[in-house]
Design a binder for this molecule. Structure first.
Ligand code: ZN
Length: 438
């Protein structure tokens, strides 16, 4: 494939993939998820992994695989009123097969319409409760109600012992320490949630592959939300438990304001770095506090893993009217919006990858400074030099805070001393053997 140099070429590529991937009927399992990952293999060399039905993953079990060919509701004259072939959101995801003639009273409990947006088809799922249903516009619901039935109801779907499919790409860096980038591939025809995130993640990975001399290693995963992230954690437990920082990438393609959801530790460096990028790019943004509702940060930040996982968004899930409906479409999302978000993510990765982190070589009590020639030979008053602090004072704080997780910039922020000063003193401490670079 030709390597585009220009932003216009990348936007046009993202646009092509948006229209190719939008119409696939993805779910938490199934052939259309495989197809999605195969198409993404044109962008990055994803490894596709299949996890069989019945596989236990902590408190969860991989469900049966779901596929669907067709579905419709027609009236007594054979006129189709609701058709899956026109929009895959018309069928509740994971609907069991149906082929029956039903009265209005029998059909009604299986119908869902959007409570606010009259023209929208809502997105509904029933993964773990065996059920079936149709989603329709308020107008279609009124038509069925007026018609009164009986109705021919067909859902040509299958549930069988198959597998759950996910994609992963591991990009090694100079350090074995990994950064997690994750997106979810389980949503059918909606563009902002989650296709925009899937494409951003793929193009971010593509750009990382071209970055020479990466410091961190990157673990990039494309999983169905919740069950996929849980299965992924279970299958890669050791690696996932050693990750400190991650990003869940979703809802980045709308026309609205940028925002970011904080990771579970509010003062973690990922949050500060995201804000720095917004400030430097003079981009207004909304800050959303960490919340247990949301996406796969819930799994990645759970007690056993505790990965600080942030999310930069543009029209964040829950926050836009078209959310989880057919109006989250290619009129709402476009490739230029995704590209703009991609530049923010790329800048964040640049910052993350280039920050310096030191770790004290003496975790048990303090370093004997005089032994290393770091203590002033004559005791007494220390003259304040940096922002009201003496060099000795700053050295003590650096040694106190260099836990192998806090970067030079974190320490600078925490004690209110310029990061150049912290960098210079950390290098000095490193030469004396009191710190080592992580
Ligand atoms: Zn969603």
């Amino acid at each position: 494939m030709k390597k585009p140099e220009h932003q216009d070429e990348i936007i046009s590529l993202i646009d092509d993939y948006l229209s190719r991937l939008f119409f696939l009927c993805r779910s938490i399992t199934g052939n259309q998820n495989r197809q999605t990952l195969k198409i993404l293999q044109e962008v990055i060399p994803l490894t596709i992994v299949e996890v069989p039905t019945g596989t236990k993953s902590y408190d969860w079990t991989v469900p049966q695989e779901w596929n669907i060919q067709d579905a419709y509701i027609s009236n007594k004259f054979g006129k189709k009123i609701v058709e899956f072939s026109k929009n895959n959101l018309h069928v509740v995801s994971y609907s069991t097969p149906v082929n029956s003639t039903l009265s209005w009273a029998e059909l009604k409990p299986h119908l869902h319409y959007h409570p606010v947006l009259a023209d929208a088809i809502p997105y509904r799922t029933s993964y773990y409760q065996k059920n079936w249903g149709f989603c329709l516009t308020q107008n279609q619901y009124a038509l069925l109600q007026k018609d009164g039935g009986p109705f021919r109801v067909v859902i040509d779907s299958t549930l069988h012992d198959g597998s759950l499919t996910f994609g992963e790409l591991l990009l090694p860096g100079r350090s074995k320490q990994e950064i997690l980038l994750s997106c979810y591939i389980c949503h059918p025809s909606m563009a902002n949630d989650s296709l925009s995130g899937v494409l951003l993640c793929a193009f971010l990975a593509r750009s990382l592959m071209k970055t020479k001399d990466r410091y961190y290693s990157y673990r990039i995963v494309f999983v169905p939300e919740t069950i996929g992230a849980i299965v992924y954690c279970a299958k890669n437990e050791k690696a996932m438990k050693s990750i400190d920082t991650g990003l869940v990438i979703t809802t980045v393609g709308g026309p609205g304001k940028f925002g970011y959801k904080k990771s579970y530790e509010s003062n973690h460096c990922i949050n500060r770095l995201i804000e720095e990028v917004f400030f430097e790019k003079k981009t207004n943004f909304i800050t959303y506090p960490f919340d247990i509702h949301g996406s796969d940060e819930r799994q990645y930040s759970s007690l056993g893993f505790r990965i600080n996982t942030g999310t930069i968004t543009r029209d964040k899930y829950y926050e836009y009217a078209q959310y989880h409906s057919s109006l989250d479409d290619l009129a709402f999302v476009n490739a230029s919006h995704i590209y703009e978000a991609l530049t923010i993510y790329k800048e964040l990765i640049n910052k993350l990858d280039s920050r310096k982190i030191y770790k004290s070589t003496n975790f048990n009590c303090e370093v004997m400074l005089s032994k290393h020639g770091l203590y002033p030979t004559t005791g007494g008053a220390q003259n304040p030099t940096f922002n009201g602090r003496s060099e000795l004072d700053i050295i003590l704080w650096i040694l106190f805070l260099s836990d192998g997780r806090k970067s030079v910039d974190d320490i600078s922020l925490e004690i209110g001393v310029d990061s150049c000063v912290i960098t210079a003193l950390s290098e000095k401490l490193s030469l004396k053997g009191a710190l080592q670079i992580v």
